[in-house]
Design a protein around this ligand. Structure first.
Ligand SMILES: [Zn+2]
Length: 425
């Protein structure tokens, strides 16, 4: 094969130009949920921003743990959105050959499939529902370590991270503070059910020691010299990328939980944060890891992460836990299922529940354990906005003509109920 370097360089330059042209001039509206990391084209290894060099030997322990059928089904029905994976993965009868980076001269990683008479157990660091010992009565979550990850940062960072809006002189709505408040209500409820619980953050401060000013030179490699774009891009690298990578490091190397609950409040496009648009509808969905886009499959680190998730069988666990949580949460909150706008190429619905969708977010990709990524309520819906303004309280209050509990308590209690139901089964 002839030297592919000039072709790759041209391709990368092309991608960079497209990226710069498509990059929004004004801040993105916060819809729908957390924004997946935007891969910045880099050459020649093609990795995501701030990603470490992928170590493909970490897949060795999954040899002969999955059948060819399961592998292909998960790959095509959950983890990808089109056939781009075929450029990198060749499925043969007894093995899959996987291209590890853009240097095609390097030999592929070979994954041997399990056969009926030669199947090894799936190694994993977290406890799955199926093989957990039966818990004592009344403590269905015992022997379970749950990490609660309150989405975003909040506090003085809420404006930078575009999770802030305010109507007139009313209380500003900041998702990062609300998710932390729910996390603190949820923790004792789960402990009461027997779980060990760790918060990934417990203040309105970032986990990463990096700040936007530390990321300016990295931003300069990927954007124009316009000072405004440069500042915005450095900020995004801070709260979207460096912060989530720091949380992943904490979750994977220190907390090592069996399950992570990422707590978010959803929103739809609100336009000017000082003059936000309120909309009439509210809804709820849960995100599981999957639906890697063609661009994401092409990045070596994301391709490796996809395979690791697939081989650890996290999807099956996320779908099981997620289904019970979704049904219980919807029953208590009365929220209808979110319907993704048609035509999106970065999401797949999960057949077992109208509330479950697969999406590849930085957090649910990088956290090693199964992740339940909650997206209930719409902060800029008329009803949820009124509930947020009412703050936290005990019992019921009349809000827009309905008797309703505090939105924060309902969130924490419905989620705890869902987990209780799942693990007591
Ligand atoms: Zn969020």
């Amino acid at each position: 094969m002839r030297n592919p370097a000039p072709l790759i360089a041209t391709l990368c330059l092309g991608l960079l130009v497209v990226f710069l042209l498509l990059r929004p001039k004004t801040p993105e509206p916060p819809t729908p949920p957390a924004i997946p990391e935007k891969p910045a084209p880099k050459s020649p290894t093609a990795l995501s921003v701030l990603a470490e060099n992928p170590d493909w030997t970490t897949l060795e322990e999954y040899q002969r743990t999955i059948s060819r059928d399961d592998f292909e089904k998960l790959l095509t029905e959950i983890f990808t959105t089109d056939d781009t994976w075929r450029e990198f993965i060749l499925i043969r009868d007894e093995q899959a050959e996987i291209i590890t980076n853009s240097d095609l001269a390097e030999p592929p990683f070979v994954l041997e499939f399990a056969t009926p008479d030669n199947t090894l157990p799936t190694p994993r660091l977290w406890k799955d529902t199926a093989t957990r010992p039966i818990p004592p009565k009344g403590k269905p979550l015992s022997n379970l370590h749950i990490a609660i990850d309150p989405g975003h940062i909040g506090g003085k960072w809420a404006k930078i991270e575009e999770r802030w809006f305010q109507i007139g002189e009313e209380k500003p709505v900041t998702e990062g503070d609300m998710s932390l408040y729910v996390a603190k209500l949820l923790k004792p409820l789960l402990e009461e059910l027997g779980a060990t619980v760790t918060l990934v953050r417990s203040t309105a401060e970032p986990v990463t020691p990096l700040r936007p000013e530390n990321l300016t030179s990295l931003a300069a490699e990927n954007t124009s010299d316009d000072p405004d774009s440069l500042r915005r891009f450095a900020e995004q690298l801070f709260y979207r990328t460096a912060e989530i990578r720091a949380r992943a490091e904490l979750v994977n190397n220190t907390i090592k939980p069996d399950l992570v609950l990422c707590l978010h409040f959803n929103a739809e496009a609100w336009g000017d944060p000082n003059k936000p648009t309120l909309i009439p509808r509210t809804h709820f969905h849960i995100l599981l890891n999957g639906a890697y886009t063609p661009d994401e499959v092409r990045l070596a680190d994301q391709r490796l992460a996809l395979l690791k998730k697939l081989l650890q069988r996290t999807h099956e666990e996320e779908a099981l836990v997620g289904k019970t949580i979704a049904e219980t949460f919807a029953e208590i909150s009365k929220l209808p299922a979110y319907i993704y706008p048609p035509g999106g190429n970065n999401v797949r619905s999960v057949a077992t529940s109208p509330f479950l969708f697969a999406r590849n977010l930085l957090a649910n990709r990088l956290y090693d354990s199964p992740v339940i990524f909650m997206e209930p309520y719409v902060m800029n819906s008329t009803i949820d906005y009124a509930r947020i303004q009412a703050g936290d309280y005990e019992g019921l209050r009349e809000i827009n003509g309905q008797q309703l509990p505090s939105i924060f308590r309902e969130y924490a209690e419905a989620l705890a109920k869902g987990l209780e139901k799942h693990y007591a089964q």
